[in-house]
Design a protein. Structure first.
Length: 251
């Protein structure tokens, strides 16, 4: 049996990320598995109070040799584009600034000690941000893969383009897609494990599982264990089965 753990969109919630890893450690101890990977499906930054701490934690875990897979989310790329010398816009949302409240970049910079308030000159903010964010954090974001496949599961941040082989998916779709993917009921060749679009609870749609339970909006951060196509939510009381609900749709 192939076992994997996965954690939904984190959005600067370091304390909740630590709690999610505690739940995974408890499940590992119950089943006697120290090797199954933990897949983080992206969006480590923005909106929450400690994006810097989240990146530090993930980087330290990987440096210590923990079996952690960290995928790239759209907010991670958005931050990286902002911090380029030319302050590039996110290509999917060229008219929206990363610093806008609805995106959450200002909260991210706050964790690095940079005041990104609306009253300040954006050029000055950009200069201070480039000086404050460690090069190691940018290199970490640059190193992140867009997907990971293990057993019968395919992990990515947002979803996949229906009808396109998994190995040929476009990175922008893997980080940004919503409607076309959510509406498609066909089997994609693997169980797609994703986030990106908040749902009230971890939901198994038959051909996909959405793990984004809204940590970026102050709601819970969810961790699951996946065995084949069976999904269980991890809670302080133990596993809770997440059955398929193929009649539902999100986003």
């Amino acid at each position: 049996m192939v076992r994997s753990y996965a954690i939904g969109d984190i959005h600067g919630q370091r304390a909740r990320l630590e709690a999610a890893h505690d739940l995974i450690a408890e499940d590992r101890a119950r089943v006697g598995d120290s090797d199954a990977p933990v897949v983080h499906i992206g969006d480590y930054v923005d909106r929450g109070p400690d994006s810097r701490g989240v990146l530090d934690l993930l980087m330290r875990g990987r440096a210590e040799g923990r079996p952690w897979i960290c995928l790239k989310g759209n907010h991670d790329r958005w931050m990286r584009f902002f911090l380029d010398p030319g302050c590039k816009p996110e290509p999917v949302k060229p008219g929206i600034s990363w610093l806008e409240d609805r995106v959450g970049g200002a909260a991210t910079l706050g964790a690095y000690g940079v005041d990104a308030g609306h009253h300040r000159d954006p050029v000055r903010i950009h200069a201070e941000a480039r000086a404050a964010v460690p090069a190691a954090h940018l290199a970490f974001i640059d190193s992140l893969p867009f997907s990971y496949r293990r057993g019968g599961a395919f992990f990515c941040h947002a979803g996949v383009r229906p009808g396109v082989p998994l190995e040929e998916q476009d990175p922008t779709d893997l980080m940004w897609i919503r409607g076309e993917f959510h509406r498609d009921r066909r089997d994609h060749g693997a169980l797609i494990v994703h986030g990106h679009t908040p749902v009230d609870r971890v939901t198994h749609f038959g051909n996909r599982v959405n793990l984004d339970t809204g940590a970026g909006y102050g709601r819970p951060l969810s961790a699951v264990v996946i065995e084949g196509r069976d999904v269980h939510l991890l809670t302080p009381e133990g596993r809770v089965h997440v059955p398929p609900e193929p009649g539902r749709e999100s986003g």
